[in-house]
Design a protein around this ligand. Structure first.
Ligand code: ADP
Ligand code: MG
Ligand code: ZN
Length: 561
C-alpha cells in the first residue's frame, strides 16, 4: 500500500471514529486525497455538501497546523464549538476576544495545543500574526467561502483579496485549499488565477440537491400565502428571506401578531441582537427566522425544512445558496420563491442607486434578468439551475412546481408573433412596458408622444390586460425568444428563435398558469353575501359583525363563482 493510500485509509477511519459517518460524500474523498498528496486544490461543492470535512480531516492527519480563513466571527465560533465537542483541538483568533484571552490563545497555539486555527482574512495583515505564523509549522491553509475573493462572486469582500499575496510572502509553503459553493466559470477562473491552481486540480461535484423541492409562486397575496403555509408547518424549522430591512421588520411584526414564534435578523440590528436571533434559531428556541441575505453564510443548521424567498434575490447564485440552506441533513425540504414583478423593479432600482461602476451595474442587472428568467421558465427548476451552473443534464426532478404543472400547454404562436412583430416595428428601441401598452392599445402619454399608436399591432391584444401581456413577455424572455438589453430601461431584442416564429417556421406553446393565480375579489358577490348576512342577522338576532366581518366576506367573494 502506498503512503497515500494509507493516509486515505486513515482519513476514512477518522470520518468514522470522530464524525460517525460511514462513507465520504461525492467530492470529499478526491479533495482530501489531493490535500494529503500536497496538491493545492479548489473544491466546489453545493451548500450542505460537506466542505468543512475536506480540511478538518486532513488537519488531523497532517503534522503541522491548519489555518482556516473564514469570513464571519459567528461562523468561526460555531465551527470551533462543534469541533471541540468532537474532541478535535481547534480554536479561533478574532476581534471578539479580550486582549488577555487573545494572549493566552496565542501562547497555546505556539505550544502546539491546536490542530486547527480559524481566523478572519483581516488578521492576515497584522504584523504580529505574520510573525506568529512564521514560527509555526503550517501544513494547510483552507480558504472557506472562497468566492469572496472574486469581484464576480455575489459576496465579494475586499479583505479576501490580500490572501494570495499573503500566501506568497510566507516563509513556508503550506498546501492551499479554496472552498466554495459558488462556481460560475468566472468565479472559478478568478480563484485559479489568484491561487495559481491548474484546472486539473479543481474538484467540482454536481450541484444537484436531490432532496430539495423548488417552487415558484406568482401573483398571489404573499402574506396570506405565508400564513397558510406556516399553519401547515407548525413544528418545522424554516428561513424566510426578504430583500430589505423594512420588509423583514414588517413580516416579523405580521407573524408575531399571528402568535407565531419567530426571530428577525438584518444588518440594521445590533450585533448582540443578531447573535441572539441566530442562536435562538439554531438551538430551535424559535422555529422560524425572517432575515435579509445578511443571515446564513456558513450556518450549519441541519434540520431547516423550508426556505421561503419572500422577494426575488438578485442572482441565481445567491438564490441557490440561500435556498440550499434547507435540507442539509438530506431530508426532503422545500424552497419556495414568491415572485412579483414589483420586487424585480425594486432590485433594479437598488442596483441603479448603488455607487458601483457602470460595468458592474450592467453585470448585476444581467444577473437579475437571469433570475427573473428563472422565475418564468417552464423547464424543470432544478434542471434550470444545474444548466445555469454548467452541469449538462437532461434529467428532470419530477417534483418542482414546473414538473408538477398540470396546466395544459396551449398554442400561443399568434400572440407571440404579435409581440415579436411589435418589437420589430419599434426597431427594438423599447422595453416590456411599452410593448405591452402598444399591444393592449393604451392611450398613455408616452405612447402618444412617441406616436406608437401608428404601429400596426397597436391594440391587437385589447382583450388582454397590460399585466397579462407583460407576463407573457416575461415568459417569452425566459424561453429566450426575447433578449433584454441595457440597464436602466432595458429594451427588448429578438433572438433567432423569435425570428423563426415570425417566419412561421416554429410554434410557441405556453402552459396555462391560471391555476396558480389567486382569484380576485368580486364586488357583486360581496354585495350578495352582505345581503345573505343581513337575513341571517335578522333570523338569529345576532349583530351582522358577529356572523361574518366585512373582511371575511370580501375574502369569500374571491372563491364563489
Ligand atoms: P458546506 O460547508 O459544504 O455547506 P458542511 O461542511 O457544513 O457543508 O456540512 C453539511 C452537513 O453535512 C454537516 O452537518 C456535516 O456534518 C454533514 N456531512 C459532511 N460530510 C458528511 C458525510 N461524509 N456523511 C454524512 N454527513 C456528512
Ligand atoms: Mg461551509
Ligand atoms: Zn423539476
Amino acid at each position: 500500500m502506498s503512503v497515500n493510500n494509507e493516509k486515505l485509509q486513515l482519513a476514512l477511519e477518522k470520518l468514522k471514529s470522530i464524525y460517525g459517518y460511514h462513507s465520504f460524500r461525492n467530492g470529499q474523498r478526491q479533495i482530501i486525497k489531493q490535500i494529503l498528496d500536497g496538491t493545492d486544490t479548489i473544491g466546489i461543492m453545493p451548500t450542505g455538501g460537506g466542505k468543512s470535512l475536506c480540511y478538518q480531516i486532513p488537519a488531523l492527519i497532517l503534522d503541522g497546523l491548519t489555518l482556516v480563513i473564514s469570513p464571519l466571527i459567528s461562523l468561526m465560533k460555531d465551527q470551533v464549538d462543534a469541533l471541540t465537542e468532537l474532541n478535535v483541538p481547534a480554536t479561533y483568533l478574532n476581534s471578539s476576544l479580550s486582549a488577555k484571552e487573545e494572549h493566552e490563545r496565542v501562547q497555546q497555539i505556539k505550544q502546539g495545543f491546536y490542530k486547527l486555527v480559524y481566523v478572519a482574512p483581516e488578521r492576515l495583515e497584522q504584523y504580529q500574526f505574520q510573525q506568529l505564523i512564521n514560527q509555526l509549522p503550517l501544513s494547510l491553509v483552507a480558504i472557506d467561502e472562497a468566492h469572496c475573493m472574486s469581484q464576480w462572486g455575489h459576496d465579494f469582500r475586499p479583505s479576501y483579496l490580500s490572501i494570495s499575496s499573503w500566501l506568497e510572502h510566507l516563509n513556508q509553503k503550506p498546501v492551499v485549499l479554496a472552498l466554495t459553493a459558488t462556481a460560475t466559470k468566472q468565479v472559478c477562473k478568478d480563484l485559479q488565477q489568484f491561487l495559481g491552481i491548474d484546472e486539473d486540480y479543481v474538484i467540482t461535484t454536481g450541484f444537484e440537491r436531490a432532496n430539495l423541492t423548488f417552487q415558484v409562486k406568482k401573483g398571489l397575496d404573499k402574506k396570506r400565502y405565508l400564513d397558510s403555509f406556516l399553519k401547515s408547518k407548525r413544528k418545522e424549522s424554516g428561513v424566510i428571506y426578504a430583500s430589505t430591512r423594512k420588509e423583514v421588520e414588517q413580516i416579523y411584526a405580521h407573524l408575531r401578531r399571528d402568535g407565531i414564534e419567530v426571530a428577525a435578523y438584518h444588518g440594521g440590528m445590533s450585533e448582540e441582537d443578531r447573535t441572539r436571533s441566530q442562536e435562538a434559531f439554531i438551538h430551535d428556541e424559535v422555529k422560524i427566522i425572517v432575515a435579509t441575505n445578511a443571515f446564513g453564510m456558513g450556518i450549519d443548521k441541519s434540520n431547516v425544512r423550508f426556505v421561503i424567498h419572500y422577494n426575488i434575490p438578485r442572482t441565481i447564485e445567491a438564490y441557490y445558496q440561500e435556498a440550499g440552506r434547507a435540507g442539509r441533513d438530506g431530508e426532503e425540504s422545500e424552497c419556495i420563491l414568491l415572485f412579483s414583478s414589483q420586487d424585480v423593479r425594486t432590485q433594479a432600482f437598488l442596483i441603479e442607486q448603488s455607487d458601483r461602476n457602470a460595468d458592474r451595474q450592467e453585470m448585476e442587472y444581467k444577473k437579475l434578468q437571469q433570475m427573473t428568467a428563472f422565475s418564468h421558465t417552464e423547464r424543470c427548476l432544478q434542471q434550470y439551475i444545474l444548466l445555469y451552473f454548467g452541469d449538462a443534464t437532461n434529467k428532470t426532478c419530477g417534483k418542482c412546481s414546473n414538473c408538477l404543472q398540470t396546466g395544459e400547454k396551449v398554442n400561443k404562436t399568434r400572440e407571440a408573433q404579435m409581440v415579436f412583430s411589435t418589437v420589430k416595428r419599434v426597431r427594438e428601441r423599447f422595453g416590456k412596458t411599452i410593448i405591452a401598452q402598444v399591444l393592449v392599445g393604451s392611450s398613455s402619454q408616452k405612447i402618444k408622444q412617441s406616436q406608437l399608436t401608428n404601429v400596426s399591432t397597436y391594440g391587437l391584444l385589447k382583450d388582454w390586460t397590460q399585466k397579462d401581456v407583460a407576463e407573457f413577455i416575461d415568459i417569452l424572455t425566459a424561453e429566450e425568444y426575447l433578449l433584454p438589453a441595457g440597464t436602466t430601461y432595458p429594451t427588448l431584442q429578438l433572438t433567432e428563435k423569435a425570428l423563426n416564429v415570425l417566419l412561421g417556421q416554429a410554434e410557441v406553446f405556453v402552459t396555462e398558469t391560471q391555476t396558480l393565480k389567486e382569484p380576485e375579489e368580486q364586488d357583486d358577490v360581496f354585495e350578495a353575501l352582505r345581503e345573505l348576512r343581513k337575513q341571517l342577522s335578522t333570523e338569529s338576532k345576532l349583530p351582522p359583525y358577529m356572523i361574518f366581518s366585512d373582511k371575511t366576506l370580501r375574502e369569500m367573494s374571491r372563491y364563489i363563482p
